[in-house]
Ligand binder design. Structure first.
Ligand code: IPE
Ligand code: MG
Length: 211
């Protein structure tokens, strides 16, 4: 979900205002996605590299994730099951504060009965770290390293391969997101900053599956 900072800067607003708007737009796009044939929606909320940002910005983004995972009533209305993927909270270097951990755990528990779209938020996520983790878990379990062994030890083994990857705000990069899972994905790159990505443009991104 890239371009929150630039969206805000163009309006003379602080970066934090862009993140707030981005979170609102994410909620709107989740509402849109459930009206489409989307079984799985996964978003990159915060990377393992993002911790080096200014402390006030990180604190603001943490608060927004608490808010996002707090949208349980809304998710239940939409029959959406929320999930999370990222570095395990107890792993060395993991920094997710307790109050965010609790919001994540509670949201997962309180939406676990929903049968509609699975909405996964990558928070403190990095794909290379995920792959190292998967290989290590497979090794510890005494398994032969194979493609299926790696799949089974990803942070969210239930997630299917990605069909469409969307990158906003004019960046023509992948940035360490789901490298294993996007092997066969179509990609949709747009100049639109994340806070302005509309449902119609999400539809346009999905339409590349028909091409
Ligand atoms: C995305 O917006 C949010 C996070 C990475 C947490 P950015 O903060 O990357 O916005 P730009 O790239 O500065 O515009
Ligand atoms: Mg960015």
């Amino acid at each position: 979900m890239d371009g929150n900072g630039r969206w805000a800067a163009r309006r003379g607003l602080p970066r934090t205002a862009g993140h707030t708007e981005g979170e609102e737009n994410l909620a709107a796009l989740v509402r849109h996605a459930v009206t489409r044939d989307i079984g799985w929606l996964t978003v990159f909320g915060f990377s393992t590299e993002n911790w080096v940002r200014p402390r006030t910005e990180v604190r603001h983004i943490l608060g927004l994730h608490k808010k996002l995972f707090g949208r349980v009533a809304e998710l239940n209305d939409l029959n959406v099951r929320i999930g999370w993927m990222g570095r395990p909270f107890d792993s060395p270097g993991a920094r997710t504060p307790k109050y965010v951990q609790q919001a994540i755990r509670k949201a997962i528990r309180d939406t676990s009965h929903n049968t509609g779209m699975v909405f996964t938020v990558a928070f403190d996520y990095g794909s290379r770290a995920e792959l190292v983790h998967a290989a290590e878990e497979a090794r510890l379990a005494g398994e032969t390293i194979s493609e299926s062994a790696i799949w089974q030890h990803l942070y969210q083994p239930e997630l299917p391969p990605v069909d469409v990857l969307v990158r906003t705000s004019g960046e023509l990069r992948i940035s360490n997101f789901m490298l294993w899972q996007i092997a066969g994905a179509r990609a949709y790159f747009t100049d639109t900053p994340w806070p302005e990505l509309s449902g119609a443009e999400l539809d346009a991104a999905l339409a590349i599956l028909d091409r």
